[in-house]
Design a protein around this ligand. Structure first.
Ligand SMILES: Cc1ncc(COP(=O)(O)O)c(C=O)c1O
Length: 424
């Protein structure tokens, strides 16, 4: 029999994921099926029962905006469900309008990709030169990590640093700066699990101090619900783009449609990716209906209509934070963000809590390995504009009643969990 030491790290990870999946799929925590014939965003029907839905990333709740639907339906009728060609040969005309609107919105060249994962895989390898080095935040999204893994084939130096630790980052820059041409810092804008933010001001200051440092940030979770015209958390934190910032984002979350978006400081990189990028040459393009919906959403973002949508969500975020604090719930890294992570530590505590809450009429996501490390399991609760203030009350009060029971059953406590997350 193979023992743990003989197994590769890859096989060990697969074994753990398979083990977690066996429990969570069996229990109806993941791989769930939404049975609704009509979705309203507030509720979701699972196993024949309506639950309040605290699991969407469509934070602004505009996926059923009449202008978005109308544009998509029109394009569906005029162009069909697909346009089956690589963009290297011919792009549907919708791309030109969408990219021109995004360029205006972001004030810099913007390239629409089929997804952000494909965007990272397409764009990142072209930015990083053979004499460059990478420093990546340990919590950078898996899609960035996958794109970075491809660079190992070119023997690119890759360092991983503790989450948002600017002191450690600066130490690494000092070590690498005389040996490498450019240093690329890779991280998220809004981190997808804990909903916390990259320290944009500090990163800009480091980019000013060290000429080699270039920033590559994925702000897909910051898109739409914050920043002028919904340009995101990075733009909200500092009202300009650093000349060495490569900002990637996407339309699959609060923007209400689909696809990834790469924005560049100048035309040079934009042209390089368009000419040599794998996703551009070898993958099929987005369907016309999605592009038409994206154009409609861009127009909403560029109008004043976006402002009350952002304000309404922000009021809910503030209410959630206040209520969670009053009830003593352990929200890890409290931010004004629609993603909340309530730490529970051990996966068994997570499984029991999600199941109890599901039974009580709530559905949200369990954040468990491989999304987070095994001892840092948590409840990943998201807010959308479909959710009402009274829904937040109901959710948090029910959670506050149930957590102590589950903790007791699993021999743990708030204090124990607080300690586990203290240096995380
Ligand atoms: C931070 C972050 N980046 C990238 C992605 C991948 O985006 P896409 O689904 O467009 O590939 C996700 C996925 O949800 C994400 O959370």
């Amino acid at each position: 029999m193979e023992n743990q030491e003989q197994k590769s790290k890859f096989q060990q990870a697969i074994d753990v994921i398979t083990g977690v999946a066996k429990i969570t799929i069996g229990a109806g925590i993941v791989h769930c099926k939404a049975q609704d014939e009509q979705m309203d965003g507030r509720y979701i029907t699972l196993e024949g029962q309506k639950k309040l839905f605290f699991g969407t990333c469509g934070y602004l709740g505009i996926e059923k905006h009449p202008k978005i639907i109308e544009a998509a339906v029109e394009a569906l009728h005029s162009h069909g469900a697909q346009f089956s060609s690589s963009r290297a040969y011919v792009s549907s005309h919708y791309y030109e309008e969408a990219e021109s609107l995004f360029s205006k919105m972001f004030g810099r060249p913007a390239l629409v990709m089929q997804s952000l994962t494909l965007g990272h895989i397409t764009g990142l390898p072209l930015l990083v030169g053979d004499n460059d080095a990478i420093i990546m935040d340990v919590q950078a999204h898996d899609s960035i990590q996958s794109a970075t893994a491809m660079l190992k084939l070119r023997n690119i130096k890759i360092d991983i640093v503790r989450h948002n630790r600017m002191d450690i980052l600066e130490d690494r820059i000092k070590v690498l700066k005389n040996r490498y041409q450019k240093i690329w810092y890779l991280g998220d804008g809004v981190y997808s699990m804990h909903g916390d933010f990259a320290p944009v001001k500090e990163l800009y200051a480091l980019a000013d101090k060290y000429e080699q440092l270039h920033l590559y940030l994925d702000d897909i979770h910051g898109m739409s619900w914050t920043g002028p015209h919904g340009t995101g958390m990075v733009m909200n934190a500092v009202p300009y783009y650093h000349r060495k910032l490569f900002l990637s984002t996407g339309m699959t979350k609060a923007f209400g449609t689909a696809g990834g978006l790469l924005t560049y400081p100048d035309e040079e990189y934009f042209k390089l990716v368009k000419t040599c990028g794998k996703g551009f040459i070898f993958s099929i393009q987005l369907p016309p209906a999605i592009l038409a919906a994206t154009i409609a959403s861009c127009k909403i973002h560029m109008s004043d209509e976006i402002i009350p949508l952002q304000q309404s969500l922000m009021a809910k975020i503030d209410y959630f934070n206040k209520k969670a604090e009053e009830l003593g719930l352990l929200v890890i890294r409290k931010e004004r963000s629609p993603v909340f992570f309530i730490g529970v530590g051990n996966p068994n505590v997570g499984y029991s809590t999600v199941l109890r809450m599901k039974k009580a009429g709530f559905f949200f996501n369990l954040s468990v390995f491989p999304a987070v490390s095994i001892k840092h399991t948590g409840l990943r609760i998201t807010l959308s504009n479909h959710i009402q203030m009274e829904d937040i009350d109901e959710l948090l009060e029910t959670l506050a009643e149930n957590l102590p029971v589950v903790f007791k059953e699993n021999n743990t406590s708030f204090e124990q969990i607080r300690k586990e997350f203290a240096n995380h």
